[in-house]
Ligand binder design. Structure first.
Ligand SMILES: Nc1ncnc2c1ncn2[C@@H]1O[C@H](COP(=O)(O)OP(=O)(O)O)[C@@H](O)[C@H]1O
Ligand SMILES: [Mg+2]
Length: 421
């Protein structure tokens, strides 16, 4: 069957490569893709938020399966649009997507269904949020508190404030940072300490299949310094969660979530992403995403040994329980190479050297590239490439990935040297 992937980053490139490996996938399209994706799929110029045009395209080309990469089309209801037209898509409904598109909806949902999550309050305006803080419910003036914009904010809507003054500054500046609509409501949250880990699952409405646990690295600089980014690298490794922890998360978070979706009238079908903090009192859920993460996807999918078309079929037909999903044992890592200036204003148009000459087993996923008139890859975004590999253990995997990184260069290229360390 012909397949359409929606999005234009490294996540979508990894999805295209995984579909490429399936003998069941026919023609592969990506809307709107990038120069690297164009080597694996036919790129079509449809914006991810034009959900009618996406459905028109899928309908007219008789696409058998559409996979939505990012959150924006999901929040706009692309899943409902495809379902109404009888088109198969991996795209949770608009109702289900509220688990990501509204932090206050997600927190209230967790509370209704007993999912462990940090104590919170939703303020219905930034001014009320400041009053909440001043009431002392989140501790005195020196207490840390987490400030979250309610709506989608492309990773910019959360500030872990180290005291009340910083929290008030974050609240006051939120509208300018993420837009007034996304910052209309503010969630204030107790600040937890522990180890962060993400756990993703394929979900068919009732059943789920876990993927390997994954950890990302959000700050730009080595040693977790400097400003936040969309993600500078990821690893998967068995050490991230042991068997007991996986059982705790399954019982305390995943099962109540799927039951909650059914009880509230929207079945969850698609990829479910849990952002977790492992504390001394057990797992606490920080957030849901209703889709794959970027760059988590890159590290996860290089370990997938099963056929992604089959997995999607099982999610759609509700038969995940009887399908076995094989993963390559061991570890994986993805190191993001970013352009000069990222995560601020970036310089683009630099010629990328060496990306086609990787050691055996290393894959390069393109996130922000274009071709120049001489058909050379040039930088065309903040995050440019994701150098990715799987291996038998974390140390050898990282050696392999960084040997690939060492062959690539362009003026101003930056990356973290300590992914997974
Ligand atoms: N309650 C909390 N306590 C401590 N850190 C938090 C808390 N909530 C969020 N964080 C930190 O902020 C980051 C972003 O928060 P998250 O809820 O995942 O929002 P988003 O990914 O939408 O920006 C988390 O990855 C975590 O590092
Ligand atoms: Mg997050």
């Amino acid at each position: 069957m012909d397949v359409l992937v929606v999005g234009s980053g490294g996540r979508e490139h990894a999805l295209c490569r995984a579909f490429r490996r399936s003998p069941k996938a026919g023609k592969l399209y990506c809307a709107s893709g990038n120069a690297g994706i164009a080597q694996d799929a036919e790129c079509v110029a449809i914006a991810p938020d034009d959900i009618k045009a996406l459905a028109d395209f899928a309908q007219s080309r008789n696409i058998g399966l559409t996979f939505i990469g990012g959150e924006v089309p999901l929040a706009l209801g692309v899943g409902d649009e495809f379902a109404a037209r009888g088109l198969n898509a991996i795209a949770p409904s608009r109702d289900a997507s509220q688990l990501e598109s509204s932090k206050s909806f997600a927190k209230d949902f967790m509370a209704r269904h007993g999912v462990p999550t940090p104590r919170y309050v939703t303020a219905h305006s930034p001014d009320f949020a400041i009053l909440e803080l001043e009431s002392g419910d989140f501790g005195d003036e020196s207490a840390p508190v987490v400030v979250k914009a309610d709506g989608l904010a492309a990773g910019k809507g959360v500030v872990v404030a180290k005291n009340r003054a910083d929290a008030i500054a974050a609240i006051s500046g939120m509208s300018e940072l993420v837009g007034t609509a996304a910052a209309e409501k503010i969630v204030l949250e107790e600040c937890l300490t522990g180890h962060e880990v993400s756990l993703l699952a394929f979900v068919d409405g009732e059943n789920f299949a876990l993927m390997p646990p994954v950890r990302d690295h959000k700050r730009i600089g080595d040693g977790d310094t400097g400003p936040n980014t969309g993600g500078m690298g990821t690893i998967t490794d068995a050490s991230l969660l042991n068997g007991d922890e996986l059982t705790q998360i399954t019982e305390a978070v995943i099962r109540p979530t799927l039951h909650g979706c059914i009880r509230e009238g929207f079945r969850y079908r698609g990829v479910l992403f849990l952002g977790l903090m492992m504390t001394k009192d057990g797992p606490q859920l920080l957030e849901y995403n209703v889709r794959f993460g970027d760059p988590e996807t890159q590290a996860i999918l290089v370990r997938l040994e099963a056929d992604l078309v089959d997995i999607c079929g099982s999610m759609i037909s509700g038969t995940l329980a009887s399908s076995e999903i094989k993963w390559r044992p061991g570890s994986s890592a993805c190191v993001v190479l970013a352009a000069e200036g990222y995560p601020g204003k970036v310089r683009t148009g630099d010629v990328i050297d060496g990306a086609q000459d990787m050691p055996t087993g290393v894959e390069v996923f393109h996130a922000g590239t274009a071709l120049d008139p001489q058909h050379r890859f040039i930088t065309n975004g903040g995050r440019v490439l994701g150098v990715t590999a799987a291996g038998d253990d974390l140390a050898s995997t990282l050696d392999l990935v960084y040997s690939g990184v060492g062959r690539i260069s362009w003026p101003g290229m930056q990356y973290r040297h300590d992914i997974g360390k």
